[in-house]
Design a protein around this ligand. Structure first.
Ligand SMILES: *Cc1c(COP(=O)(O)O)cnc(C)c1O
Length: 299
């Protein structure tokens, strides 16, 4: 536990930033902290957006390496397990009045995780609430983004959906993300389609990894604006459309049904779907059972 004054600015003005990454036990017994440097860089981009000072590599990178070295027994030697790492920073100056804090606290939580089967999701395209807008802070892993998403998420649950697909704030036409994951589609087993990054979409490291692996898996990548109606029309015209969320926690979350303005659309989720091949490929790299050509492993 930590002790803070009720005046600590994180309680009032929302200067909080977090990261989420994982460490894996490789086949030969080493520990691999997956894409540690990328997470450090993204943490600093989030901090910058929230007017918080950057963390030096000696603090974030070496700090996490040292911590995991000390707690290495928690990186369980079983391919079912990983160690989830949650670094975060909060404003701690004691002051009333909206301003950037002068004091901050950086902490890291570790928690072993067992891989869970992610059952295919029913998702609702949200046409009322938005997650983030151009010029906003949606590209930062800042606490406020998640607080604002809880009510729409609760309402979707009450309507029988597992998750939300967010549309752009201005026109409510273009796909942005799914819940707290990036979203991808595979069309007819050939084309991997995902919204292009912008300041309203979080730059996911799982997203980036998959885009880099796609060419060697014979998938053609398209990063662009994607109207929701384009995807629904493809489903209706009989194209094989896979839809899935991508993120560190679950790697990929298959979507089985999309609801848009009261109509339901079924996607392709058979066992031979390309998204499962992608998931296996990523897990092989992280476990060190295939060569890591991208320098993603921090051993
Ligand atoms: C963290 C996060 C993601 C996924 O990022 P990863 O680096 O792949 O875990 C996607 N969208 C949002 C809103 C997120 O917070």
């Amino acid at each position: 536990n930590i002790s803070l004054s009720p005046l600590a600015m994180c309680f009032h003005y929302g200067q909080t930033v977090f990261e989420g990454l994982k460490a894996f036990r490789t086949r030969d017994g080493q520990i691999n902290i997956f894409r540690l440097e990328s997470h450090w860089k993204r943490m600093n981009r989030s901090l910058e957006r929230m007017a918080m000072p950057p963390l030096p590599a000696s603090c974030f990178i070496n700090g996490i390496r040292d911590l995991i070295d000390k707690e290495s027994q928690w990186v369980i030697d079983d391919p079912e397990y990983s160690l989830y790492i949650r670094p975060f920073a909060i404003a701690t100056e004691n002051k009333l009045g909206v301003d950037a804090s002068h004091d901050y606290l950086f902490m890291v939580i570790l928690s072993p995780l067992k891989a869970y089967y992610n059952k295919p999701l029913r998702v609702k395209v949200e046409t009322n609430y938005i997650r983030s807008a151009k010029g906003g802070a949606g590209a930062a892993k800042n606490g406020g983004n998640y607080g604002a998403s809880l009510l729409p998420q609760q309402k979707a649950k009450q309507e029988g959906f597992d998750q939300i697909i967010w549309l752009d704030a201005k026109e409510k036409k273009y796909i942005e993300e799914s819940g707290t994951m990036n979203i991808m589609f595979i069309i007819n087993g050939k084309t991997l389609l995902t919204p292009a990054l912008s300041d309203s979409i979080l730059d996911g490291i799982t997203r980036d990894s998959i885009l880099k692996l796609a060419p060697e898996m014979d998938l053609k990548v398209e990063e662009r604006t994607i109207p929701i109606t384009e995807i629904l029309e493809k489903i209706q015209s009989g194209d094989q459309v896979e839809a899935f969320g991508v993120g560190t926690a679950a790697v990929i979350s298959p979507i089985k049904e999309i609801s848009y303005k009261g109509n339901l659309y079924g996607t392709y989720i058979q066992d031979d779907a390309g998204m499962y091949r992608i998931k296996n490929k990523l897990s092989e790299i992280r476990r060190g059972t295939v060569p890591d050509r991208f320098g993603w492993s921090d051993l």
